[in-house]
Design a protein around this ligand. Sequence first.
Ligand SMILES: *[C@@H]1O[C@H](CO)[C@@H](O)[C@H](O)[C@H]1NC(C)=O
Ligand SMILES: *[C@@H]1O[C@H](CO)[C@@H](O)[C@H](O)[C@H]1NC(C)=O
Ligand SMILES: *[C@@H]1O[C@H](CO)[C@@H](O)[C@H](O)[C@H]1NC(C)=O
Length: 389
Amino acid sequence: MILIVKFGMSSRQETPTFASSHPFLLPSTYPYTAHTHTQFNMSTDKVTCLLNWHATPYHIPIFLAQAKGYFAEEGVKVAIIEPNDPSDVTEIIGSGKVDIGCKAMIHTIAGKARGFPIKAFGSLLDEPFTGVIYLKGSGITTDFQSLKGKKIGYVGEFGKIQIDELTRHFGMSPEDYTAVRCGMNVSKAIIKGEIDAGIGLENIQMVELEEWLASQGRPRSDVQMLRIDELAELGCCCFCSILFIGNEKFIEENPEKIKAFMKAVKRANDYVLAEPKKAYEEYVDVKPIMATDVNRKMFERTFAYFSHDLANVKRDWTKVTNYSRRLGIVDQEFQPNYTNEFLSWKLDDESEDGNAKQQCIYRIQKDVAEKGGVFSGNAARFENQVVDA
Ligand SMILES: *[C@@H]1O[C@H](CO)[C@@H](O)[C@H](O)[C@H]1NC(C)=O
Ligand SMILES: *[C@@H]1O[C@H](CO)[C@@H](O)[C@H](O)[C@H]1NC(C)=O
Ligand SMILES: *[C@@H]1O[C@H](CO)[C@@H](O)[C@H](O)[C@H]1NC(C)=O
């Protein structure tokens, strides 16, 4: 759980100049009694935005929208918050303690099914490859049944639900493996040998493990992934697409803020796609942790996954809703809640062949892993959806 303290004062109150410009710096001698008419309205005009994970290279459009003043230019104030536990996000946004945030599609659907009033209004990352990550020599192979008797780490509860469901397709049962909840520590647990494999993203946990292997003098290719979309025959990795979501009531009451937020993020996203190297250096400026080799590699491996138009993809929502029914996390009548109404630009065509796109992205990712990405001048994206600077 994270603790959020809302602060600030409404602009219409009558307060001494000192207090209104420095609301947290009230001296202990502050004469409360002399101003009994003062209304301390504890609210803020900032839009609070809770990330799905601690800041990673793929959150760059959000941080740059802030750092480059795009939010300010669109007239919206944003406070970006990082979670301690990624499993808290839908609950916190659903309860209205935070206004908006980011979350993977499957968790957004599951949160909604649990009754949290959340709605998606955009996409950040399109279909990052997700699966069971393991190291060569762990006894795990491309055969799913090799997971028998192994300890498998997962982030929140849905990774376990996904693996449990897969065991039934491969003639096994959930008792055939040991599930270990790891939160944000999946890669660390693999390195420490606490688990044999773990669920993660190709552009994040896999990169962490590749770089760790390299530091041990082992080949980077010793890290492998059993892709969940392939095992489950989903035809897309869309269940893990990272979305922009918000509290339904907040969205309904603040459509202009959502529109302004997305406009600023789109501007930053366009800049990242057009000038990835420059954009990343600016990100390092505001988030020095991004300067590490591992984070730079993650950025390279994320580049092809950045959504171009930030839109919710209907085909993906249909597939993932269907998959969620199969997993038993939603009922047959479940209706997901998403909209593109706050995206004030022309959206890309959705008609392309999902499988062809997936194969193209696979080739790009392989190439970037072997030869380098944007920092070596390789800015390949599907259909070259790169924006002119
Ligand atoms: C992940 O590791 C941190 C410390 O590095 C710990 O506080 C946290 O509880 C761990 N999360 C899980 C789910 O094990
Ligand atoms: C979707 O969200 C809106 C608020 O934006 C809400 O009024 C509506 O009831 C929600 N629909 C569903 C199906 O949950
Ligand atoms: C929904 O899932 C079922 C299997 O659970 C599958 O046969 C069907 O093709 C899927 N439909 C869509 C639209 O993906």
